[in-house]
Design a protein around this ligand. Structure first.
Ligand SMILES: [Zn+2]
Length: 405
């Protein structure tokens, strides 16, 4: 029986499986049927002929806010269709990082799931109404009245496969009025739902100086498998002390098995903080975008451009690929079905190009830095089906800004 699709002539790179080399991948019935060198084209109905491009496991963006209709019902001021941040950007799985809470979560299963080609996963916000509009710049929790643990537990039990964990943002006046009570409430929800927490660091809203103290309490309280997001933030509540040294609480949390993600966002990724962390041998285990419609226009642009920024920081290509595949799958407790190229697995595959040049990047504070390698998406294959990419976030497409112009 012929294969439905043969991906031929690429460099298969899956650090989680120890694969790196010139291999072909054959797909049948939506699954990977063979991975080996020189599979004859005559054995497949369709052949995708590459010229050494990277063939990697379907990439996972584990922090987006790109759910049309969910962010601001009826308005969509910040949210686009999930496929634009997903399969049309070379990404096969996206995780919405708590745009909705227990009182409005129903928008996903009823209006979003089933209407995308991208695989959708979610975090449920501990704030019962999720994140209100205005580009995520308003807090979702002012008092304990804004948290409904019973409803949170019920919603997770209704959609256990869709909801991966509980999201908490340490932002706004509640840092002052509630402090560590915020963490206790989220932990209670995590315990009751048997889900990890994903906690946003960095008080982008009120720039409260108490944020640092709450962050230390958070780092002490997190358990193995909990996720800290925006680890490279430079706003109050970050992980460096006044002398730009890594907080001891951060090291301890890392040793306990807490996951650290640098979700870029429009305030969460500072190049100097990322450098200081790397210099002190502290490395995030994943990469994600925190992308919104506005962030797509800049400075985030795309997952591949965010990965290129980590190449510019000195991370290796296999490391950067591992961060959005095997590591992200593990962080989401989905390593049994996502983030790997293996026979029998669903054929979620991203095909990328590495383009050498002089590239200019900007962090969330618009600080400029440079790199020499740019990753761009070339094709997406989702459950064995090739899907066309969008034009890209820049007027010229997917490449970052050319530093020569
Ligand atoms: Zn976010």
């Amino acid at each position: 029986m012929p294969y439905d699709l043969l991906i031929k002539g690429g460099r298969v790179l899956d650090p989680g499986q120890g694969l790196d080399g010139p291999l072909d991948i054959a797909i049948a019935n939506g699954d990977i049927a063979a991975i080996r060198a020189d599979i004859p084209p005559a054995e497949a109905t369709r052949v995708m002929q590459l010229k050494g491009q990277l063939v990697v496991p379907g990439m996972i963006d584990m922090h987006i806010h790109f759910i049309q209709g969910a962010a601001t019902p009826g308005l969509n001021e910040i949210a686009g269709p999930p496929d634009l941040a997903g399969v049309q950007s070379g990404v096969t799985t996206v995780l919405d990082a708590g745009t909705t809470g227990a009182w409005n979560f129903g928008v996903y299963p009823h209006y979003v799931v089933g209407k995308t080609q991208t695989r959708l996963l979610c975090m449920l916000n501990i704030g019962k109404m999720g994140i209100p509009g205005q580009a995520l710049r308003k807090p979702e929790i002012y008092t304990t009245e804004d948290v409904d643990i019973d409803a949170t537990v019920k919603v997770v039990s209704m959609w256990p496969k869709l909801i991966q964990g509980i999201k908490l943002r340490l932002v706004g006046p509640a840092l002052e009025s509630m402090g560590v009570k915020l963490i206790e409430l989220a932990k209670e929800a995590g315990r009751e739902t048997k889900r990890p927490l994903m906690v946003h660091l960095g008080d982008l809203i009120s720039h409260n100086q108490r944020a640092g103290e709450v962050t230390k309490a958070l780092l002490r309280a997190l358990e193995p498998g909990d996720i800290v997001t925006h680890v490279c933030t430079s706003v109050p509540g970050g992980v460096l002390d006044g002398n730009k040294r890594v907080l001891p609480e951060l090291r301890e949390a890392e040793q306990r098995g807490v996951v650290f993600d640098p979700a870029h966002g429009r305030s969460g990724f500072n190049f100097e903080v990322a450098q200081r962390l790397a210099e002190q041998d502290f490395h995030p285990s994943t990469i994600s975008t925190d992308i919104t419609i506005n962030g797509r226009k800049g400075p985030i642009h795309s997952l591949t451009e965010t990965m290129s920024k980590f190449l510019a920081l000195g991370y290796s290509l296999p490391d950067v690929i591992a961060m959005v595949t095997t590591n992200a799958a593990k962080a989401l407790r989905r390593e049994n079905d996502l983030g790997a190229l293996a026979v029998g697995r669903v054929a979620d595959i991203s095909i990328l190009d590495v383009v050498n040049g002089k590239w200019r990047f900007r962090d969330s504070q618009e600080n400029v830095f440079h790199g020499e390698q740019a990753l761009v998406p070339v094709h997406t294959v989702r459950a064995g089906k090739p899907i066309s990419l969008d034009w890209g976030p820049h007027p010229w497409g997917w490449l970052p800004e050319d530093a020569a112009t």
